[in-house]
Design a protein around this ligand. Structure first.
Ligand code: SAM
Ligand code: SF4
Ligand code: F3S
Length: 442
């Protein structure tokens, strides 16, 4: 019987990257990917533990698979990702339908574990932290991503232990991959037809390998002719070093959108969160970047209703948002994570948190709408990524990561084209390609 794997991914970009790398791996033992769950004989759920009822969501998802296969041969069920790491053998105890639990730093063992299970049908839990062996293993597995915009993990794990965050427990200690290995992978992606590389890390700007920093990687990737755009995410304000800031004046391919999570505009709350920086540090970074290139724009992450957040703290956050004019941000109510310091703290009243979230989002969304509206009737650069389902319409992204829908041809995919924006809404720009721009000669 042919082996078919169905992979479902929750969570951040790193999980997306991991799911692709897991597929590159299981291909070696004969698995083909299917997008039709009904024909799968292996089901892999790559999970996220960052907030809300993450764990329950996983069991609910497995329940749905169970129902689907009620009258059919059960697929092998694998749970990977951050919930797998956090819950480990508990998952096998609670849900007999799960066959293999594998943590994010043990993916190099996945083929052996699948084969072991298929041979003796004994359920397995594998959640050892071994990032070095994992990345060494993946160096010999070709990255098959052919997407115009592809992720490339350069750093993983975190040593910062913000009091609200589960990542140091699910991804383990900070680890940076060797510079030359990242460059080899970037070249493979370029040969696959990739045009934009998004460098990933839970603290991507903390990247350090020998004397190499993130800025060195950007400058080196810039030299690959096929790569047209470079981005990186997610950064911590404390690691926005001057060399990285200066890269914005040296690089022509580094995009002018800086995603820099601040979480709160109040120094008091930042201290309660153990963020280890103050708002004045954040503003210094903001000012330095704006001085280098005034067209740089910012996006951020906010946690609303953190334990101890009072009305004044909340207004500090709102005022920061008004001052920086973030163009695209994520904002969520604080969600206590098991095992973290903040999980033991007294929660802010739910109704108050909801009200604050609503106020913040109103401001953030109106900034986003204004930014998009300001682009109407102008011509912008768009990297064409793919066709949409609507005939003749294509999807691409602006330099600021905004989605753009426009008329184009198959030949335009993978190219940066000029698009005149005719219409916009909160999340999308709509326009048409301008093919022959007549430049005025002085
Ligand atoms: N390393 C990045 C940083 O330091 O800003 C953040 C990485 S974390 C995977 C992504 C985002 O999830 C955070 O920026 C934070 O806003 C959000 N987050 C993490 N833990 C959370 C929690 N317990 N409740 C609500 N949001 C949370
Ligand atoms: Fe989590 Fe980011 Fe803080 Fe690390 S720096 S603990 S990943 S929020
Ligand atoms: Fe979620 Fe783990 Fe990413 S908790 S956000 S999948 S690092």
């Amino acid at each position: 019987m042919s082996k078919k794997i169905f992979i479902k991914t929750f969570g951040c970009q790193m999980n997306e990257y991991d799911s692709n790398r897991i597929f590159d791996t299981v291909k070696e033992i004969g698995f083909a990917k299917t997008h039709n769950i009904d024909e799968a004989n292996c089901y892999l759920l790559n999970t996220c533990h960052i907030r809300d009822k993450a764990k329950e969501k996983v069991y609910h998802e497995i329940g749905r698979v169970k129902k689907k296969f009620k009258s059919k041969q059960k697929p092998m069920v694998i749970v990977a990702g951050c919930v797998a790491q956090a819950e480990n053998e508990e998952m096998l105890k609670r849900e007999p339908y799960i066959d293999l639990v594998v943590g994010p730093q043990a993916y190099h063992k996945i083929n052996n574990k699948i084969e072991e299970y298929l041979e003796n049908q004994k359920r397995i839990e594998e959640t050892e932290f071994d990032a070095i062996s994992k990345f060494n293993f993946f160096e010999n597995i070709k990255n098959s991503s052919q997407k115009i915009s592809s992720f490339l993990t350069i750093q993983e794990g975190c040593d910062k232990f913000c009091h609200f965050c589960v990542v140091p427990y699910t991804r383990g200690p900070e680890y940076s991959r060797p510079f030359d290995k990242i460059m080899s992978e970037a070249k493979i992606l370029a040969n696959n037809g990739v045009k934009e590389i998004i460098l990933l890390g839970q603290n991507v700007n903390a990247y350090r390998n020998e004397n190499y920093r993130l800025s060195d990687l950007i400058i080196e990737i810039e030299k690959i002719p096929e790569i047209l755009r470079i981005r990186y995410t997610t950064s911590h304000p404390r690691d926005m070093t001057d060399d990285l800031i200066e890269t914005y004046s040296k690089s022509k391919k580094l995009m002018p959108l800086v995603h820099l999570p601040v979480q709160s505009g109040s120094n008091r709350v930042l201290e309660l969160m153990n963020r280890k920086h103050i708002i004045e540090d954040y503003l210094k970074v903001y000012n330095k970047l704006k001085e280098i290139n005034s067209s740089i724009k910012f996006s951020s992450d906010f946690i609303i209703g953190y334990p101890g957040e009072n009305e004044n703290d909340f207004y500090d956050t709102l005022n920061l948002i008004k001052r920086i004019k973030f163009i695209n941000s994520y904002s969520f109510i604080f969600s206590p994570r098991p095992g973290t310091t903040a999980s033991k703290l007294k929660l802010t009243d739910r109704k108050i948190s909801l009200k604050r979230l609503e106020t913040i989002q109103k401001e953030l969304f109106s900034q986003q709408i204004k930014m998009n509206k300001s682009l109407e009737n102008s011509i912008i650069d768009v990297l064409v990524e793919n066709k949409t389902e609507e005939i003749g319409k294509f999807f691409g992204r602006s330099e600021y990561m905004t989605s753009v829908i426009f008329d184009a041809n198959d030949d335009d995919v993978g190219k940066i084209v000029k698009v005149k924006i005719n219409k916009s809404n909160q999340n999308t720009l709509f326009g048409e390609i301008i093919r022959n721009i007549k430049l005025k000669v002085a």
